[in-house]
Write a protein that binds this ligand. Structure first.
Ligand SMILES: NC(=O)c1ccc[n+]([C@@H]2O[C@H](COP(=O)([O-])OP(=O)(O)OC[C@H]3O[C@@H](n4cnc5c(N)ncnc54)[C@H](O)[C@@H]3O)[C@@H](O)[C@H]2O)c1
Ligand SMILES: [Zn+2]
Length: 372
């Protein structure tokens, strides 16, 4: 007898969020052993990483420090693994999404515990059981799926509150896309990143992420500008990282993520963060789905409030030709095999049309908003 398509929900073993937890982490880390390897970049070591290593050493851990060079590429990951001589008990990734994806790869490769410490709420990468790999030139390489999710995700809002608000806004872009994309996948009973079909649980969590951000995002953004932790900031950190992470992984990603992955196909434009690319791609998906005007306005209004891209100029593509936009659209349409099953026209022509329509809609929206 054949089984039904399995509904699958996966998650990290532990998520712990508390202000100032980083320098009080010993009780939560000691269960994984005493021999740690830590991966971070120069910037993050300077901000908190080196002090954290001192804290670990003061608490009798032995620590091997690895330097992340900036790209989660197979080459760089292999280089990091080669530097590890003596198998540690656990790996700690500290920093942004690319560093964390590298740490997950190391944990998987060495078959050791994986501890993830995001110093930003810029993506939902901390939660997932996958790493997004890139080529050295920054183009997308592959989604690398692992056999287990992180053992511990340790989130310190005091650290995250010190980062520039652009990072938090990017996290809003990534997280607000989660429900819209999961819904599109759920509508066709499509496969998710958890390698099954979605659950009501994942969909409800994705919805909760959106609701939390719309309710507390603006206040949280201001708190982040002031570099302080407030209940609103704590709420959206949980929404950007935990809720969005659980929602996207077991709910599914669709057009917006396929599209943002393809931005490098057009070899010009501004350097954008993951969540910024997702934000523009989400607006594109909403127009392709023919979402109601109130829904589009809701997202657009919020994106403008927090400085997320809503016009082509924000991407550095104000003079992009249709042929150039078609490069991106073709790449997106080719990259995701399920794309043509979505319940709306996902042809490259439809993608380009929607990208242009977003630009025009936002310009007009802003014009009217200014005139009011
Ligand atoms: N694996 C997944 O499920 C998943 C999900 C979403 C995104 N991603 C990946 O995550 C990556 C994007 O991550 P990102 O947006 O965090 O950017 P990033 O990792 O490329 O860069 C983060 C930058 O912020 C700096 N930084 C870190 N903490 C800081 C702090 N507290 N203050 C100031 N600067 C700080 C870092 O030094 C780095 O330069 C992409 O590669 C994307 O594909 C993966
Ligand atoms: Zn994402």
């Amino acid at each position: 007898m054949q089984i039904d398509l399995p509904k699958i929900f996966i998650s990290p073993s532990n998520y712990i969020q508390a202000k100032n937890i980083l320098f009080n982490a010993d009780p939560y880390l000691s269960r994984y052993g005493t021999k740690a390897v830590i991966v971070g970049d120069e910037n993050v070591y300077g901000l908190v990483g080196d002090r954290f290593i001192d804290y670990l050493k003061d608490n009798d851990y032995t620590v091997t420090k690895l330097m992340f060079g900036g790209e989660a590429s197979p080459e760089e990951i292999q280089k990091a693994i080669d530097e590890i001589k003596d198998t540690p008990d656990f790996v700690i990734g500290i920093g942004g999404g690319k560093t964390l994806d590298t740490a997950k790869e190391i944990g998987q490769h060495l078959n050791i515990y994986t501890v993830i410490i995001p110093t930003l709420a810029s993506t939902d990468a901390p939660i997932s059981r996958l790493s997004v790999l890139y080529n050295e030139d920054g183009t997308f390489n592959a989604y690398q799926f692992h056999t287990k999710s992180p053992d511990l995700v340790l989130v310190d809002p005091a650290v995250i509150s010190q980062a520039p608000p652009r990072f938090l806004a990017s996290g809003f872009g990534d997280a607000l896309s989660t429900y819209v994309e999961a819904k599109a996948v759920g509508d066709i009973h499509g496969f998710t990143n958890a390698q099954g079909i979605g659950t009501i649980t994942a969909m409800k969590i994705a919805q909760a992420s959106t609701d939390t951000i719309f309710e507390f995002g603006a206040q949280a953004f201001e708190a982040n500008k002031a570099k302080v932790v407030t209940p609103a900031l704590e709420a959206v950190i949980e929404a950007n990282i935990l809720m969005s992470g659980l929602g996207f992984e077991s709910g599914g990603t669709s057009l917006a993520h396929a599209l943002q992955n393809s931005f490098p196909a057009l070899k010009k434009g501004k350097h954008l963060m993951h969540g910024e690319k997702v934000a523009y791609s989400l607006l594109t998906q909403l127009l392709m789905e023919n979402a109601e005007r109130d829904v589009i306005n809701h997202y657009l209004h919020f994106f403008l409030q927090v400085g997320l891209p809503t016009i082509l100029e924000d991407l550095g593509w104000e003079d992009a030709t249709d042929d150039e936009l078609m490069l991106v659209a073709n790449d997106a349409a080719a990259a995701w095999t399920g794309i043509d099953q979505l319940r709306f026209d996902t042809s490259p022509e439809a993608i380009v049309a929607a990208m242009r329509a977003v630009d025009q809609y936002s310009k007009d929206y802003q014009g009217h908003a200014l005139a009011e």
